[in-house]
Design a protein. Sequence first.
Length: 399
Amino acid sequence: MARSTLFIVFILTMLLGLQPITTDLYLPALPLITASFDAPIALSQMTLSALLLSFGVSQLVWGPLSDYYGRRPILLIGLALYTFSAITSSLATSIEWLIFWRVVQGVAMGAAIMCARALVRDLFDNPVQAARTMSQGLSGLGVVACLATPIGGLITVWFGWRAIFLFLAIVSAFSMAVIFWRLDETLRSPRTESLKPARLWTTWRSILSHHTFWSYALLQTATFGGLFIFLASSSFVFIQYLGLSSPVYGLIMFSMSASYIAGTLLCRRLLLAFSIQKTVVIGGIFAIVGSSLMVLFAALGWQSVAAIMLPYYLYMVSHGINQPCAQSGVMGPFPRSAGAASALSSLVMVIGAFVIGQWLGRAMDGSTLPMALGVWFCGLAVAATGWGLAARVKLPEAA
């Protein structure tokens, strides 16, 4: 198969897009799921935070396995497991069983996302080219995210929340078929010692002791944290607190994702004009301005769609700028262990999201202030890491 850039971007869109449809598609149904199982908000939000935690932890296994066996077989195994867990999620009889199958789904999603990121490092040695390709794939992810919540809202209204997970199973099965028939292996030289415990420890220690890794891993964690807070709380804020319908909520999420796509497009233009380091500095400006306005409006008691979304659009533009740079940046110094580097950075990211999720579930009080405070904290963290860390890190040039 010819590895055209267009096809690689399509594969990235398909695999990376698995994350927003897994997290976003069911958001309009989250209040309904909560009511259906008579569960507290904190427990129903575990269907998201537990999924993300298992997603991150699983990559500690998927990363070395993909470095040893290659990306293609791990993708096929992960997508098969995802399809199965999506079907069983649709059959859950309690919130506890739904959380369990979402954990399995997170494990399976870890294989797809980790391999998607690693194959970019496999194919592109130049860090700027890798960041631009990742940005194109994340633009595609943004399109998927735009469609996910509106589609989820319609599925919820027409067929009920269980049909959402059957839809996920269909998407995963299609992705598995494309990988099976059309994708060749991208790993050029498998690491035959990558599964040996001593070698694993040496690899992890080398990655975790590298300043560049931590700079971009913390940036990735900070920028994703602001998105996670919005995802975990927005359905309750807009549907329960502000009284909007599921389809209208879906349109709001569509506009949020559109601002993210604008950020990825801006990211590519910035990378053509500036270095990765200067690009994330600009991203930090958007983050701190948007999040500060959001918490200011909430503190003033302005509880409306405009008061939430107008500042948050700025934050999502920042996310679209910073996320491609961060995801390529963590793997830049590690051409022979890109899978392990991607896995460790994802673990750092989801541990941060899980901790935030535990606080958020207890802080929700019927107002927009907890959401705004969480996004503001993440905006400050984005600016701090982008300006104080990543802005001073030099990625290696092409080999």
